[in-house]
Design a protein around this ligand. Structure first.
Ligand code: HEM
Ligand code: HEM
Length: 178
């Protein structure tokens, strides 16, 4: 068993796994929309729930980074050095950036395309502070979709790296996060 100081803080672990689940849910919801007829209540529900799961990720990202800055993670043993360490740091920065940039792109897309943000299962629309622009919304949506595709690979690499650390290198990387 690890002692507490050999693991990420309880809060850091909680944010990591809760947000990983929310991100998988955001992907699953938006990909499932094609199962429902265009304009049907079910389709509207899954798309709007995608928006709000993503917004929850964005809100949690601020708290998570605050927690990360307050507590340095425990060291990996045996230590990781050189190119592997650089690759890990770079991937982590990319993942953190994704937690902010991806939901913001989605949010701006909806606000600029529709002029409001809908609340699922209600008729409530939160008005947009931005003017509507179809062309800008389309570019933002394209970027949002592109980033969504690129991050299949970045997240995939992150998961494969975790498996490699645990089963091949047999270090404590994963144990620190569980
Ligand atoms: C963790 C956060 C998010 C992830 C991982 C994510 C991922 C994705 C992906 C992969 C797609 C493209 C799906 C496809 O091409 O079939 C997509 C589409 C979309 N997302 Fe997100 N998204 C997130 C947050 C948000 C947020 C916060 C909003 C708005 C408030 C949003 C609005 C949209 C819109 C409008 C589309 C286009 C839907 C359509 O074509 O019908 N997303 N998202
Ligand atoms: C099943 C999926 C996942 C597994 C097994 C996993 C595993 C891990 C492990 C073991 C660490 C510690 C790495 C280290 O300290 O060197 C970590 C850190 C991290 N993970 Fe994941 N992860 C998963 C999903 C995700 C997802 C979906 C995201 C976000 C898109 C994410 C974002 C991060 C970030 C940003 C860190 C860096 C934490 C730090 O500041 O040190 N992870 N992950």
């Amino acid at each position: 068993m690890n002692t507490p100081s050999e693991r990420y803080t309880y809060k850091a672990r909680w944010y990591h796994w809760a947000m990983a689940i929310l991100i998988v849910l955001a992907y699953a919801l938006i990909l499932s929309r094609t199962q429902f007829e265009r304009g049907s209540p079910s389709r509207i529900f899954v798309v709007q729930t995608h928006f709000w799961v993503g917004i929850l990720v964005l809100i949690m990202a601020f708290f998570r980074v605050y927690e990360r800055r307050r507590n340095t993670p425990p060291a990996v043993t045996p230590p990781i050095e050189g190119i592997l360490r650089t690759a890990a740091t770079l991937t982590h920065y990319l993942l953190y950036a994704f937690l902010f940039v991806q939901p913001l792109l989605g949010l701006f897309t909806v606000l600029i395309e529709k002029g409001s943000l809908p609340i699922p299962l209600t008729q409530v629309l939160i008005p947009s502070p931005f003017p509507v622009s179809e062309a800008l919304a389309e570019s933002l949506e394209d970027l949002h979709k592109l980033l969504g595709t690129i991050f299949y690979y970045v997240i995939g690499l992150h998961v494969v790296a975790a498996i490699w650390h645990h089963f091949v290198r047999k270090d404590n990387t994963v144990r620190r996060m569980v």
